[in-house]
Write a protein that binds this ligand. Structure first.
Ligand code: C5P
Length: 224
């Protein structure tokens, strides 16, 4: 990364699965005319590539090799893996579960680190994930920790999956979310925790628009 890229402002939005980070990040970025990093997509892409190559979710070395060698293009909201459109495929629940398992491996996280930092380009970046404010962009001038209670999140995820035509069951989704939260929070590598200087927003009872406005408000007040 060049010195000037390091001065490009970043809004880091971290939080648990299905807290609305992705949608909020997209809208905040659109409002500011900035680009967006969906870091979870990189873990999902690594997971999908591992699944296709028959790499087990317990094999740290091979999963890290897959992460380092990912051939990915992000193109206007579409995501390509080895020139194949996988925009929808990476959103399937088994891919998310596999992603959260390999995301616990330090070697996988290390392999994806510079790829994520390369998104810090002018005029600004909104980055969403689990460790944007703690590890990937620790100097981000605004860090948001976006939470929502598990029932609200399971309902949102259920609706999202059904809209995309995937099968979804609320009870099993809730159990999946809880297991995934637990894994993300308790892993030793880059666990899901709020950065000490992050602002927590609870979106359980907020619309997307209200959440987006809350983030934009914090940004204008930050004076960055
Ligand atoms: O955000 P999303 O659900 O798409 O991410 C998929 C998985 O990737 C998460 O469950 C989490 O384990 C992992 N992840 C991560 N660090 C990030 C983004 C995602 O560990 N910055």
């Amino acid at each position: 990364m060049t010195v000037s890229a390091q001065n490009v402002p970043v809004i880091a939005i971290d939080g648990p699965t299905a807290s609305g980070k992705g949608t909020v990040a997209q809208r905040v970025a659109r409002h500011l005319g900035w680009s967006v990093l969906d870091s979870g997509a990189l873990y999902r892409l690594t997971a999908l590539a591992c699944m296709q190559k028959g790499v087990a979710d317990t094999n740290e070395t091979q999963a890290a090799q897959v992460a380092a060698g990912l051939n990915v293009q992000f193109d206007n909201g579409a995501i390509f893996l080895d020139d194949r459109d996988v925009t929808e495929a990476i959103r399937e629940e088994p891919v998310g579960v596999f992603a959260s398992r390999i995301a616990a491996f330090g070697a996988v996280r290390q392999a994806l680190l510079e790829r994520q930092r390369a998104f810090q380009q002018p005029p600004g970046l909104v980055a969403d994930g689990r460790d944007m404010g703690t590890v990937v962009f620790p100097n981000a001038p605004l860090k948001i920790f976006l939470v929502a209670d598990v029932a609200a999140r399971a309902e949102r995820r259920c609706k999202q999956l059904k809209e995309k035509g995937f099968p979804a069951n609320l009870t099993s989704l809730m159990a999946d979310l809880q297991a995934r939260d637990e894994r993300d929070r308790t892993r030793s590598n880059a666990p899901l925790v709020s950065a000490p200087d992050a602002i927590t927003i609870d979106s359980s009872n907020l619309t997307i628009e209200e959440t987006v406005n809350a983030v934009l408000d914090h940004w204008s007040k930050s004076g960055a």
